[in-house]
Write a protein that binds this ligand. Structure first.
Ligand code: FES
Ligand code: FES
Length: 160
């Protein structure tokens, strides 16, 4: 089947089978390796992408569901000012990092802050529920996301 969708802001078309997973299309057809092959069962978040504004696990999405959708991968998102806010905020708190789940952590932060510019502790923990990180403790994560929120407010409005 032929499927058209928007990938990192560009109209693209792919020929594939209906049940091929989005993660495989991204990695094998488009060479976008930022979505990692982790558990491949929807439990770790390493394969996260933003799908129509929501963070999803691309290992769970079959090709037939992506028709007409808008998908942003970490490669596309890394070209934005919003990405820079997140990198600055995360480094300010010095999150312990092996790097494996970085894609999931960065995109989860963006999906959350896009909806809620000032999330509280509980909202942050819920927003990161689908990301299994063995390196980062929850309190550091909360501190990091709140640091990103402040950086973003300063960039957008010149205040916190
Ligand atoms: S690889 Fe998709 S959730 Fe783990
Ligand atoms: S940074 Fe190591 S698993 Fe998350």
């Amino acid at each position: 089947m032929t499927i058209g969708f928007i990938l990192n802001g560009e109209d693209v078309v792919v020929r594939t089978e209906a049940d091929i997973r989005l993660i495989d299309i991204l990695r094998d057809t488009f060479g976008l390796k930022g979505a990692k092959n982790g558990c491949l069962t929807g439990k770790c978040g390493a394969c996260s992408v933003i799908f129509n504004g929501n963070i999803i696990q691309s290992c769970l999405i079959p090709a037939f569901r992506i028709r007409g959708s808008e998908i942003i991968t970490i490669e596309g998102f890394s070209q934005t000012d919003e990405y820079q806010d997140i990198i600055k905020g995360f480094s300010q708190v010095s999150l312990e990092n092996c790097g494996f789940c970085n894609t999931g952590k960065v995109l989860a932060a963006e999906a959350l802050l896009e909806r809620n510019s000032r999330p509280n502790r509980e909202e942050i923990l819920i927003g990161f529920d689908g990301i299994k990180c063995r390196c980062t403790d929850p309190e550091s994560l909360v501190e990091a996301v709140q640091a990103v929120a402040e950086i973003r407010q300063r960039r957008l409005y010149g205040r916190t």
